[in-house]
Ligand binder design. Structure first.
Ligand code: UDP
Length: 329
């Protein structure tokens, strides 16, 4: 297939680009490079520097490329920022996706994989989370992603769009060959921050809340390796059905506490990691763990990484060998 990948220079997008290329698909990346990195895109994959808000450029690129499918990653993904600047999130994540869908409808491109999030569930009634639980997001980021899922459902009915919304849990890790990995500015995610402490780039890691009703008092998350996310995306784009909007959780089904991640990082790096216990971060549910049974069954998808030590080791290989990330910011 010829696949148009928005946000293909970003963290999850760039790993998916490699997976698609390895599977024999032809890929073109469309990215405004605000958060993405040029170096994250392989040299032989065309990278068009463009914004989804630029509807004219988007349309021209889409129509000239004769694409069979779209993978849509381009979005903003900082929960805290979304609370401060909600309209920026609705503009980028919702309005820009509307522009993309209008172009796809007009050009009769009816295959889409959308990067959604477990943040669409808000504070779930039960864990592990199954797809049928109510989606009640508690921040503008999650709401902007849920609103896109609604557009996908309506588009399936009205013009035959086939889509898969993949609701990721906590993306982490780096490419097995060490070539690309996580480089967010600012970095807010637990695993890279902990590894920055191991590298001596940061004095300590602050644990956000130690009084949760969990076995060790810290939040539990489902850390899913970015290459496992990539294989899920490839399967989804290959297998999705026209005229149907589907949605799948993508996680390992295993929960890890903040303290467990820090311990794993101490073991893997062999370095001391100073910890400070701080207050809860607003909006953090105590436990988010996926029931990923649907995607396992539908696409025979299986995560290659389930062991927390292997997941942290994968991230460590990247951060240790690229202490300045891609070195472009
Ligand atoms: N966390 C923490 N200290 C940090 C960053 C994160 O204790 O400096 C916790 C956070 O409260 C959450 C977990 O680590 O329970 C994962 O947070 P992250 O920001 O990586 O991902 P999120 O769950 O927000 O998508």
């Amino acid at each position: 297939m010829r696949v148009f990948v928005t946000g293909g220079a970003g963290y999850v997008g760039s790993h998916c680009v490699r997976e698609l290329v390895a599977a024999g698909h032809q890929v073109v990346v469309y990215d405004n490079l605000v958060y993405g990195h040029r170096k994250a895109v392989p040299d032989d994959v065309p990278l068009i520097e463009g914004d989804l808000a630029d509807g004219a450029k988007l349309r021209t690129t889409l129509s000239e490329g004769r694409f069979d499918a779209v993978m849509h990653f381009a979005a903003y993904a900082y929960v805290g920022e979304s609370v401060e600047r909600p309209l920026v999130y609705y503009r980028n994540n919702l309005a820009n996706t509307l522009t993309l869908l209008e172009a796809m409808r007009d050009l009769e491109i009816r295959r889409l994989v959308f990067s959604s999030t477990c943040a669409t569930y808000g504070e779930p009634e039960r864990v592990p989370i199954v797809e049928s639980l109510p989606q009640k997001p508690i921040n503008p980021y999650g709401r902007s992603k849920l609103a896109v899922e609604w557009m996908l459902e309506d588009s399936a009915r009205a013009w035959g769009l086939g889509s898969c919304a993949l609701r990721y849990f906590n993306a982490c890790g780096a490419a097995r060959d060490g070539s690309i990995g996580e480089d967010h500015r600012p970095e807010t995610h637990l695993i890279p921050l902990v590894l920055q402490v191991a590298l001596g780039q940061r004095a300590k890691i602050t644990i956000f809340g130690t009084d949760y009703e969990t076995p060790d008092g810290t939040c539990i998350r489902d850390y899913i390796h970015v290459e496992d996310l990539a294989s899920a995306h490839r399967l989804a784009i290959e297998e999705l059905e026209f005229g149907r909007a589907d949605a799948f959780n993508v996680g390992t089904g295993q929960g890890q506490s903040v303290r467990a991640i820090i311990e794993a990082a101490r073991r893997v790096t062999g370095r001391p990691i100073a910890v400070e216990e701080g207050p809860r971060r607003p909006g953090d549910p105590p436990v988010l763990v996926a029931d990923a049974g649907r995607i396992r069954k539908a696409f025979r998808w299986e995560p290659a990484y389930v062991d927390v030590g292997e997941i942290v080791a994968s991230a460590w290989r990247w951060h240790e060998s690229h202490p300045r990330g891609f070195g472009d910011r």
